[in-house]
Ligand binder design. Structure first.
Ligand code: F6R
Ligand code: MG
Ligand code: MG
Length: 367
């Protein structure tokens, strides 16, 4: 059976700052999907990561389907009404356009989708990150799909011997989708040369070269490119089909042991380590640290199993301790050097105005 997985997520308001949406708000979104989605979708799963609500859906309508996108958009509109009633902070924050126009891409919510012929057993992972941008997945995806130090299957499994194809998007190009396809292992230095720049080049999709099948899809929205100003970080989602011809679940998870530094954290303007956390958790220290959650499922005839919350394991407590230390070490730097992002990424208007005002006062000394 051919199915599509679509995950669409947005920040539509949260409790106590940019912390968590709360159960009532999630219930409103869940009720809306249950009451209005039955004819369109095969199954759904609602969760939160930090202040974002994600709607994961299975259906047979293909990628970019306007009815599916409208269902999610309308669910977020319904949620926003409740968020306003409750006085939640940042109600409707990620709904950047007034009217739905066929596709949520470019309207604020993040979306990742993949269509494929279901295998007899089809395990997949759903990642959601908060207080960061889509480039946060660049390094873990690169390592899981190209490096035998993380993906032992690249040398042990004949099904992965041909490697993977990376579709990479230039997200600073705003007049359309500017993409390149590169093949691992032959092109890994070119892939690395692009993916080191997390703010500009982002993994969009990854395919098995052996079977041609899609294995990963990442949301590539840059909110500041839509709104033209800072409206919150992009808080990306990712879907990964695993096992068999694809990396094993544990191989995809292995790079998250790093807690690598990504853009985001407080005011979307800092560098912070990416902490693997349980689903439906909160945000805390310095509006962070930046977090990523991951739910593992099997899907059969479009129906989801219950999720397995893969970062909810004692092993990751040790990693979280390490990531906390990395966060404190970077915060010791305050605003200095690598602790804060470069000028182009400081989208809070205040500093731009401040620097422009100061700039006018500079004088060139006469010789
Ligand atoms: C980061 C984020 C928060 C806010 C910060 C200030 O993506 O959402 O760190 O930037 O709490 O929020 P405002 O400007 O809404 O007071
Ligand atoms: Mg937010
Ligand atoms: Mg968020």
């Amino acid at each position: 059976m051919k199915i599509t997985l679509s995950v669409i997520k947005a920040d539509i308001g949260s409790i106590g700052g940019h912390i968590k949406p709360g159960e009532r708000l999630k219930s409103r979104v869940t009720d809306f999907i249950r009451d209005n989605g039955t004819k369109l979708i095969l199954d759904y799963f609602i969760s939160s990561t930090g202040d974002d609500i994600a709607i994961l859906m299975s259906h047979s309508r293909g990628e970019g389907d306007s009815e599916i996108h409208k269902l999610a958009w309308d669910a977020f509109i319904a949620g926003t009404e409740l968020a306003r009633e409750m006085g939640l902070y940042g109600a409707g924050q990620d709904l950047l356009k007034d009217a739905f126009s066929g596709n949520v891409k470019g309207m604020g919510p993040a979306v990742a989708e993949m269509e494929f012929e279901e295998r007899p057993n089809e395990p997949f992972l759903f990642f959601a990150a908060d207080k960061t941008d889509p480039g946060a997945y660049n390094l873990p995806a690169y390592l899981a799909f190209t490096d035998p130090m993380y993906n032992s299957g690249l040398i042990l499994s004949p099904k992965m011997k041909d490697g993977f194809r990376f579709d990479i998007m230039d997200v600073s190009y705003v007049d359309g989708d500017r993409v390149i396809s590169l093949e691992a292992p032959e092109d890994i230095y070119d892939i690395a040369a692009l993916l080191r720049d997390n703010q500009r080049f982002v993994v969009e999709k990854i395919f098995s070269r052996g079977s041609g099948e899609v294995t990963a899809a990442v949301s590539t929205t840059r909110l500041h490119n839509i709104a033209g100003k800072y409206t919150g970080k992009d808080d990306p989602v990712m879907l990964v089909r695993v096992q068999g011809e694809f990396p094993a679940t544990g191989e995809v998870l292995a790079p998250y042991v790093k807690g690598h530094y990504v853009a985001g954290f407080m005011r979307g303007s800092h560098s912070g380590p990416l902490m693997p956390v349980r689903q439906n958790g909160t945000i805390s220290y310095f509006d962070g640290p930046t977090v990523v959650s991951c739910a593992a499922f099997c899907v059969h005839d479009g129906r989801f199993t219950e999720p397995a919350d893969v970062f909810d394991h004692p092993f990751w407590d040790h990693v979280r301790d390490k990531v906390s230390r990395k966060a404190i070490d970077m915060r010791d730097q305050g605003f200095s050097g690598p602790a804060m992002l470069g000028y182009d990424e400081l989208e809070y208007g205040g500093i731009v105005e401040r620097l422009e005002r100061i700039d006018r006062k500079f004088e060139v000394r006469k010789k």
